[in-house]
Design a protein around this ligand. Sequence first.
Ligand SMILES: Cc1ncc(COP(=O)(O)O)c(C=O)c1O
Length: 362
Amino acid sequence: MTWPPLREELRGIEPYGAPQLDVPVQLNVNENPYAPSTRVVADIAAAVAEAATTLNRYPDREFTELRKGLAEYLNMSGGHGLGPDQIWAANGSNEVMLQLLQAFGGPGRTAVSFAPTYSMYPEYARDAMTAWVAGRRREDFSFDLDHATELVEEHRPSVVLLPSPNNPTGTALPHDVIGTLCALVARHDGLVVIDEAYAEFRREGTPSALELLDEHRNLVVTRTMSKAFALAGARLGYLAAAPEICDALRVVRLPYHLSAVTQATASAALRHAEELLANVDELRRERDRTVAWLREQGFEVADSDANFCLFGRFDDRHAVWQGLLDGGVLIRETGPDGWLRVSIGTPEEMAAFRAALVEVVR
Ligand SMILES: Cc1ncc(COP(=O)(O)O)c(C=O)c1O
């Protein structure tokens, strides 16, 4: 018997996590580089101070006020008439996704995604004792519906997890793909989870899956306040779905999973949505400039609707990643072999990235 008595399938596994290194330019985890303004910080601090006066009590386990605020926000961001009973939230969309698999996956059930895809999904599946199957995307990272149809028919997944825009490629899914997939997966009573962590960064004309919620009762759309909202440190992810799906998640959530401090912080941030999101347009422009510049340098770059871009291809991507790090710029070694992902930072940070990259590949 080995000690400690870890589950067999967890033995020897390294904990997930991008390196948290103290370097001048951090472009590796798709954060928003703009910190909240003094005004927003003051309002969040006041809301947290107010919440602190009742910290001897457990928080509202149904996070009623926050749900209302999230519904209102989504109705201004692609949703139609969503009510608080169609909203669920947890500590980051990571936790939302784990709860989805705890409720709708589980032993004897299968979750499916299509690679390259968000690297945490297989870990949620493992932790929820759900079988994991990864199909593939086309060479240009677009979605292959024929292949997906075959895979869904073969594995009859209870959950299909798909980021749109996709991490790490930045590729968004068109409505017809999502609609067809929902209909396909519904045949076996499965859910389609469209992970819109980066939705606010999508380009003009790219739709949100929120628009399809009325048509497909098995569609779940997840969002987060970690990216466009510049609130990664607060840990607040959420979803919109049919009320019965949100209701089912109440069974698997831990008691009082959203602390009073988290609820107060997120609600205060939502009151400042306009200001917090004000830098999104600037980041989108910086992204488009970065894509154009990388292409001018002769790199291959995936079209991006997110706040990062995937570029390559390198014979030895680790050497390039390390060279950039040596130059004070931390990006992410992820995605298919030969590619690297850079998050979009401030114009100054992107200038540092460009200078370091030129130096490394010279
Ligand atoms: C596609 C995708 N989904 C979900 C998340 C999780 O975000 P959070 O737990 O901060 O909401 C991330 C984080 O990088 C992501 O890239």
